[in-house]
Design a protein around this ligand. Structure first.
Ligand code: PLP
Length: 392
């Protein structure tokens, strides 16, 4: 639409209009009875969205180089809606062990009880996925790098096998965003983003998106979204559209800072390991370099071992990293994942506690100085609980 299309956009504002409405009305009985003519844009009831929703969906589809997009109320709901659209009782569902926790919990606690055969596979299985595919395998869930533990997956290899065997694939692409990886171009059927993170970008909105090319899949998922009542407010769509306007510059800056900080952390004696595919030391670095165009702003670190209480000395010394879940916004964040979480996973690469860091738009040198101070506090606290810890 032209910005100066006065017939359709009489105010000619640069910012998109926020269309509210729980329903749409019809001029005549005949229009109402024949309301299918208003499809496929879905403007027959508010649940499937207003023109504001469609505007955002089109922008996300364009970013993903896809034909269709559906927005949902959260990243979690985008993952669940995709699975619910296609997976039925008796189907086999393969989920990477490092997929987002709520997807795994949903599969384990609900789908398995409803008769779906749920199997978690090692995230770095790559070509080995072929051996796990059964006649009833319906879908493979991917995420690269994996939530918290950051394993890379060879997306090209897995999707080639899945396509050959007639199995659907969906990928949580939130870490890289479509600016740095476009799953649909790598053979993935459904690209999922937690728009809560990079797209919104300001830690003030929850949303998810599902992008795809196949028109029949789009119709199925639009119906699923509507049936499950997964409706998104037009105000939230406006916020995400505003976030998208600055996505490219935010990401470039956050990703540059992340790499600088991750490299600095890697050289610190109190840091045992940095889990970040953009680092040469990461086991999935070659896949990342070959298939991705850039890195996200999220990485994890494993500190030198110490009792859990000692971690308080590190976290509580930080002045520029609020402690909290989520990531991808303008403010840096830090979160703690206890050892028990890794120990109860089937294929975790570590049994140590993990510290996950999201880098925002602050000056990276200020963030490094903050981390430096906190690591010194951690070192002192470690020595106090166990003098033998001196020196690493
Ligand atoms: C990789 C990833 N996917 C999905 C989600 C879920 O997104 P939301 O918080 O919007 O439900 C998260 C949230 O932390 C995430 O990190």
């Amino acid at each position: 639409m032209s910005f100066t299309d006065h017939a359709n956009n009489p105010y000619a504002s640069l910012s998109p209009a926020v269309w509210r409405g729980s329903t749409v009305v019809f001029d005549t009985f005949e229009d109402f009875v024949g309301r299918k003519s208003r499809q496929p844009d879905g403007y027959s009831y508010g649940i499937t969205g207003t023109p504001t929703t469609r505007g955002l969906e089109q922008r996300i589809a364009d970013l993903e180089h896809g034909k269709h997009c559906i927005v949902t109320p959260s990243g979690a709901s985008a993952l669940m809606t995709t699975v619910m659209g296609f997976v039925r009782s008796g189907d086999h569902l393969l989920i990477s062990d490092s997929c987002y926790g709520a997807l795994k919990a949903f599969a384990h606690n609900w789908l398995a009880r409803l008769g779906v055969e749920v199997e978690f596979y090692p995230p770095t299985i790559d070509a080995g996925i072929e051996a796990l595919i059964k006649p009833n395998t319906k879908m493979i869930c991917l995420e690269a790098p994996g939530t918290v533990t950051m394993e890379m997956q060879d997306i090209d290899t897995i999707t080639a096998i899945a396509r050959h065997r007639g199995v659907m694939t969906m990928m949580d692409n939130t870490w890289a965003s479509p600016l740095y990886f476009r799953p649909l171009e790598h053979g993935v059927d459904f690209s999922i983003e937690a728009a809560t993170k990079f797209f919104g970008g300001h830690s003030d909105v929850l949303m998810g998106s599902i992008s795809m090319n196949n028109a029949d899949d789009y119709a199925t998922l639009r119906e699923t979204q509507s049936t499950l009542g997964q409706s998104v407010s037009p105000e939230d769509c406006f916020l995400v559209m505003r976030g998208l306007d600055t996505l490219k510059v935010r990401l470039a800056e956050q990703c540059r800072s992340s790499l600088k900080i991750a490299r600095w952390l890697e050289a610190q004696p109190m840091v045992q390991q940095v889990l970040f595919p953009a680092l040469e030391s990461h086991p999935g670095h070659a896949i990342w370099r070959e298939q991705f165009d850039g890195n996200g702003c999220l990485f994890s670190i494993i500190l030198q071992p110490a009792p859990e209480a000692t971690f308080g000395a590190f976290f509580n010394a930080l002045q520029h990293f609020p402690i909290g879940a989520s990531w991808g916004g303008t403010h840096s964040l830090i979160a703690y994942y206890p050892a028990s979480q890794q120990q109860t996973r089937n294929f975790s690469p570590t049994e140590e506690p993990i510290v996950r860091i999201s880098i925002g738009l602050e000056d990276p040198d200020v963030l490094i100085a903050d981390l430096d101070r906190a690591l010194r506090c951690y070192e002192l606290a470690r020595i106090q609980v166990h003098p033998g810890f001196q020196g690493g």
